[in-house]
Design a binder for this molecule. Structure first.
Ligand code: MEZ
Length: 589
């Protein structure tokens, strides 16, 4: 077996791409010719929705991602921020491969093997009411205590909390990978009263966190939810650390009066790190995670109490699982063009920084059983999404010192203002885009910036005037902007826009610029919840057994979310939802 595997590895590594290029058949036919169906499948052939056995087979022969990442390739999908996801997310056995990276990036020349295979109808094509009704009529195939819908940060935190509270938990995600939109979170997690703040001598208060969040949300937030967010924020950091996360770096996000955004040391993006930690912790706790498993119905009894869900599995079809508690953690609707156009017509057609999974499923599921919605039409445009891509240029870049200028090279607002104000200001500039400009000191300090460079998103020059030439800005304007800004930096006072913090001047060559424009980033509204994360009906009474956390909910952020509050929300309310879901399930006969 060892020898056979080794020869398969060598064979694959040396000849896979070239052979594949000529092979009109799919990956399955290619493997079948080696050792029959059992090369990939357990026989008798029953593929689980998560395709677990098949993915183990891929790795046992080809090695894990670390091994597969090709150091000679400048950009290699096997070393991506998606982490350790299923090989079959991209390499489909019986159909055309799918390069998921290109849902956000546009990597050219990354040729997938077997790309001439036939594509199939997607298994997930919305709700099939006949199949749903049949599954309900057939009765539950399984019973568990808690079902968590959506495996992003809120879902993982809920699942782990419920498991730790003694419940049996099934965690479902419609995608072939877990992580959801959280996996793309770049900035960090806002918390007050942490060891990290103490170490950095940051003086902060729960009341300040509450005030900043309420002010940012234009006082439309539910104050009780904001109070919980602030009060439990430090515990959330400790919880993540107890699961293995590093949250030691500290910076300031827009709208916050002090540095309270925590992230992994070295300035790495927070999302991929915590998702990696949560995936491992959830597996360790024994959470039953099922991918390619879309929840298509919340099932209630005659009293509107939750009794389970109907799942549409990629391979198993429609089936019902009974549970006393369900946690919705499906995220927002920032990638659902129709919902965006419906709720916020002025944002119709705007680009989105969201993962393709953010399609508002939980909102539709909850609405169908009478859940109430809070601020459903409030959508946040993030001011700095890459102009020619869907890649978010994190607020961190401004937080650690970048300035923002218009197409001519003039600053037009404090870079640290809230997102709604910054987005509105960019949309008022000529051609509705802006440049973030920074120097080599910042480049060295923020690892994520090196990532943008790696992706080819940065313009680079040895002088400010050369940078202006390359980017089409007016040389004299950009030079003027830089020298004024450096003066404000020296005197510690921004005379033009009252920027609260100027960590770096524009001093050390080379200088960089990245072109940005507003893009849909967060949907603040969603299902109404109370302080126990119970979902409320239109009379504001809990729908018994239904809980929700994260971006699927409304109320925490008001009309505008502050940077760093989303990750905090997913962890804190994810934990609350999971713990209360477990309590309800275990206490209900
Ligand atoms: O919380 C966020 O959305 C955030 C901090 C994003 C970012 O700009 O990095």
């Amino acid at each position: 077996m060892k020898v056979k595997c080794l020869s398969v590895i060598i064979f694959s590594m040396l000849t896979f791409s070239s052979l594949a290029a000529d092979n009109k058949n799919d990956l399955a036919s290619f493997h079948k010719s080696m050792n029959g169906c059992k090369t990939c499948h357990a026989l008798p052939n029953k593929v689980s929705d998560s395709e677990t056995f098949e993915n183990k087979q891929c790795k046992s022969c080809h090695g894990d991602y670390e091994k597969l990442a090709n150091p000679k390739l400048e950009i290699d999908p096997h070393s991506s921020h998606l982490g350790d996801i299923n090989c079959t997310s991209c390499h489909k056995g019986h159909e055309q491969p799918k390069l998921y990276c290109n849902e956000c990036h546009s990597f050219k020349g990354l040729d997938m093997p077997f790309n001439k295979a036939k594509s199939k109808e997607p298994w997930d094509k919305g709700w099939d009411n006949e199949a749903i009704n049949k599954a309900i009529a057939a009765g539950p195939k399984e019973t568990t205590d808690v079902i968590v819908v959506g495996a992003g940060s809120a879902g993982f935190n809920a699942a782990i909390a419920a498991k730790k509270a003694g419940a049996n938990v099934i965690l479902l995600d419609k995608a072939p990978f877990s992580g959801g939109n959280s996996m793309l979170a770049a900035g960090g997690y806002n918390a007050v009263g942490t060891v990290q703040q103490k170490d950095h001598k940051v003086d902060d208060k729960i009341e300040w966190f509450v005030e900043d969040t309420m002010k940012g949300g234009r006082y439309a937030n539910d104050p009780k939810l904001v109070q919980i967010l602030a009060e439990q924020s430090a515990d959330g950091i400790k919880w993540l650390e107890s699961l293995g996360a590093n949250m030691d770096d500290l910076k300031r996000s827009g709208g916050a009066r002090v540095d309270r955004t925590h992230r992994p040391s070295g300035g790495l993006s927070v999302g991929p790190h915590i998702i990696d930690v949560l995936r491992k912790a959830s597996d360790k706790e024994g959470v039953d995670t099922r991918l390619n498993s879309k929840v298509v119905k919340l099932v209630v009894d005659e009293d509107q109490n939750i009794v389970g869900v109907v799942i549409h599995g990629k391979h198993s079809g429609h089936y019902m699982v009974a549970a006393k508690s369900v946690v919705l953690a499906t995220g927002g609707y920032g990638f659902n063009k129709e919902m965006v156009a419906f709720y916020r017509p002025t944002f119709k057609g705007m680009t989105s920084s969201n993962n393709i999974t953010s399609t508002g499923d939980g909102i539709e599921l909850a609405k169908a059983i009478g859940a109430s919605m809070t601020d459903i039409d409030w959508i946040q445009a993030h001011p700095t999404v890459g102009k020619d891509s869907r890649i978010l240029i994190s607020e961190t870049v401004r937080g650690v010192g970048a300035i923002m200028v218009n197409k001519d090279g003039n600053r037009f607002i404090s870079e640290l203002t809230t997102r709604d104000k910054a987005s509105d200001a960019i949309l008022k500039q000529p051609e509705q885009y802006a440049w973030l400009v920074f120097d080599n000191e910042l480049y060295k300090k923020a690892k994520m910036v090196q990532g943008y460079d790696h992706l080819g998103m940065l313009e680079k020059a040895n002088t400010i005037s050369e940078l202006a030439k390359i980017t089409g800005m007016k040389e004299s304007a950009l030079e003027n902007t830089a020298s004024n800004y450096n003066r404000y930096f020296k005197q510690g006072k921004d005379e033009e826009f009252a920027r609260e913090q100027m960590p770096l001047p524009l001093a050390k060559a080379p200088f960089y610029a990245v072109k940005v424009a507003p893009g849909i980033h967060h949907t603040m509204g969603g299902v109404a919840i109370d302080t126990k994360a119970e979902v409320l009906d239109i009379q504001s009474k809990p729908l018994i057994g239904l809980f929700a956390a994260g971006e699927v909910t409304g109320g925490v952020h008001g009309y505008n979310r502050l940077g760093g509050n989303a990750v905090a929300d997913t962890v804190i309310f994810g934990k609350i939802a999971g713990a209360n879901a477990a309590k309800h399930a275990l206490n209900t006969k």
